[in-house]
Design a protein around this ligand. Sequence first.
Ligand SMILES: [Fe+2]
Ligand SMILES: [Fe+2]
Length: 272
Amino acid sequence: MRILFLGDVMGRCGREGVSRYLPDLRRDYQFDFVIVNGENASHGRGLTEKHYRDLLEAGADVVTLGDHAFDQRETLGVIAREETLLRPINMTNSAPGRGSMMYESQGGQRVLVINALGRVFMNPINDPFAAVDEALNGCPMGDVADAAIVDFHAEATSEMQGMGHFCDGRASLVVGTHTHIPTADHRVLAGGTAIMSDAGMCGDYDSVIGMQAEEPVNRFTTGIPKERFTPAEGNPSVCGVAIETNGAGLCTYVAPVRVGGSISEALPEYDC
Ligand SMILES: [Fe+2]
Ligand SMILES: [Fe+2]
């Protein structure tokens, strides 16, 4: 099975990038399943229902979130009824929606998707390792799942690598989101799980992690906020990771995906 994961969609520019590039990517590389992290799709903060539907329209099967999950208050209602929208699994029990779910690809294959939030350099939250462990054990690959994808929304590469090894042999892909910068460490671990510390964002890289550079630079140099952060709106790049899995759900191929905008291009080279 071929699966594409795209990192944090940043504002209007990121949405335009996904609409521009995802339909062709999905068709040209024959992806069976596509996951997109939408936590910043609405002006950099959260995800409105309209923008969630835009991502589905562009070709996402599932949209995941992160620490900005409920920045848009309407998401509280949307996620309670929309099964293809996931928030981090290790939020408090009172959070609406769900953090993991089994989906069916167009070809009838069963894909478990889990969204979790890291704790290193982030706000306090429940243990992501225990939550991911429970979700994976509840839907083992090769038995009730044909693939399992973990979107680990984390600040620290160390915590992300730890999650990768923790899931090795039990997930097809563990991919980081949240830093908005793609890493070059995509690889398959000994047990057959692909990892990549961060998928990068979908947005304008002529920026500071997707925001127009002026205000972040002002705050770094003066320590005094002058205005709000505003998403950059130049030429969008779309960034993520593509995998291919075998019958047991394990990864046989992993490649970075970077298309458009100011960042260097990378595309998968599947065998056929
Ligand atoms: Fe983000
Ligand atoms: Fe985030």
